[in-house]
Design a protein around this ligand. Structure first.
Ligand code: AOS
Ligand code: ZN
Ligand code: ZN
Ligand code: ZN
Length: 430
């Protein structure tokens, strides 16, 4: 495996922080032992955690108003892979990349797959894009794609998704994520039921082209760009469509795609209960979508989501929802944000493993609401940072990924090779 970053830099970084980490780890081991918990089991669990990095996340995003390019932004999918490799090399928590087509369409899929493998990376779900028009395409998606009133537009959108599956197969992916912005901006603009009927008709054709061992993830989103009625706006619609399509279709929960204050952990519990929880796009949000770094606004919500996942895993040991980040970085270095987010999601995963489920069940049985809540709070308040750092160290990563990355000078090096890109394009840096 070729490393993008010099391994000796990581080793030098770790040797400086090792004594401090060992002291913190021993102290936490003592705290956990008093609660009857074994730190080594938790560290082993942390080392198994993995979340996919979105290829579009390593570029600088923008808003509807402007995009301010970052230094050394990747210019193509190979340079995106280099940045993703740095993230995985330092965090050891992001072994796969989620590609977006046609933004990441390779001329030679075999070459891309080999390059990724040489960097120790594989490919997670592939994402189709019918929310913007692409160069050379015949019909516009201005008035929808999979739900469009005109048959030729729908056929083009279906074909694009089938092309994504074929590309994903060549790359070793096993899932297609479909998010469409289709909907209406005005009451009366289209027939609400008719749009969903057309969506299902299109999705049935995509589903028919899905290999047996693939999953189809339906991603819902409350609003934007359709500001009056988004066709796949909520988990109820997503669930109904996934059920209508068949067992390979499941729902994907992007944490930013709900109204403020929505109980997302309950949505997770419902989808898991009925066998339709497909995966996640992790990010954080204050108002709507927002695409902020995971855990930056509401880490307790992230913990509660993982608490439901831990509960669901006990009931159904085979449950394996896909974990992906989906963020847009406007004011931070994307590599730093993605490394921090991967660690925040991993943190919530370990904290959820700390919950004393026997005690929690007893408090629930006794209707002791106070102690039940405190049982969750105790796990959430525990600083598991030494477990995360030790897991990284033992897996060959960096004790402090951001500090190691900054010291490495990687951004300066790539900025010298990759000229700045201007323009108001979106997260796909197309
Ligand atoms: C859009 O809001 C969704 O989060 C999608 O997952 C989208 O494909 C991705 O964010 C890239 O823009
Ligand atoms: Zn305004
Ligand atoms: Zn998303
Ligand atoms: Zn989104």
């Amino acid at each position: 495996m070729t490393s993008v970053m010099d391994a000796s830099q990581v080793a030098a970084h770790n040797s400086k922080l090792l004594a401090q980490l060992e002291a913190d780890y021993a102290a936490l081991a003592g705290v956990l032992a008093r609660r009857g918990q074994d730190i080594e089991a938790l560290t082993a669990q942390a080392r198994h955690f993995a979340v996919a990095v979105p290829s579009w996340g390593v570029g600088t995003g923008g808003t509807r108003f402007a995009r301010f390019p970052g230094r050394g932004e990747p210019r193509n999918v190979f340079e995106k892979l280099d940045d993703c490799a740095v993230i995985h090399q330092l965090t050891r928590a992001t072994p796969t990349v989620s590609l977006h087509f046609p933004w990441d369409r390779p001329e030679d899929a075999a070459e891309l797959r080999e390059t990724a493998a040489a960097r120790g990376l594989g490919f997670d779900a592939v994402n189709s894009n019918t929310f913007q028009d692409q160069a050379g395409q015949q019909h516009s998606y201005k008035f929808g794609s999979l739900t469009a009133g005109r048959l030729e537009v729908r056929e083009q959108a279906v074909q694009h998704n089938l092309d994504c599956i074929a590309l994903g197969q060549a790359l070793g992916s096993k899932a297609l994520t479909v998010w469409v912005g289709d909907g209406a901006n005005f009451p009366g603009q289209h027939n609400l039921r008719g749009a969903l009927e057309r969506y299902l008709d299109s999705m049935r054709q995509i589903y028919a082209g899905l290999p047996d061992d693939w999953s189809l993830f339906i991603e819902h989103k409350l609003f934007e760009p359709a500001f009056y009625a988004t066709t796949i706006a909520d988990w109820g619609t997503s669930f109904a469509c996934a059920t209508a399509l068949g067992s390979k279709a499941r729902c994907l929960v992007d944490l930013g795609h709900h109204a403020p204050n929505t109980n997302i952990e309950m949505i997770v519990a419902r989808l898991a209960q009925f066998g339709k929880l497909g995966g996640f796009h992790f990010n954080d949000s204050k108002y709507g979508d927002d695409d902020l770094d995971s855990g930056s606004i509401n880490p307790f919500q992230l913990f509660l989501v993982f608490n439901e996942l831990a509960d669901a895993a006990l009931r159904e040991p085979g449950l394996r929802p896909a974990y992906m980040l989906d963020q847009s970085h406007n004011v931070t270095d994307p590599i730093e944000s993605l490394m921090s987010s991967a660690a925040e999601v991993q943190r919530a995963y370990v904290q959820a493993a700390l919950v004393d489920r026997t005690a929690l069940a007893a408090h629930q049985q006794d209707n002791d609401a106070h102690q039940a809540a405190q049982t969750l709070k105790q796990a959430f308040r525990t600083d598991v940072s030494p477990i995360l750092a030790m897991a990284r160290l033992r897996s060959g990563g960096a004790i402090d990924p951001v500090a190691c990355y900054r010291a490495s000078g990687y951004r300066d090096r790539v900025a010298a090779q990759r000229p700045a890109r201007t323009g108001a394009s979106s997260s796909g840096i197309v």
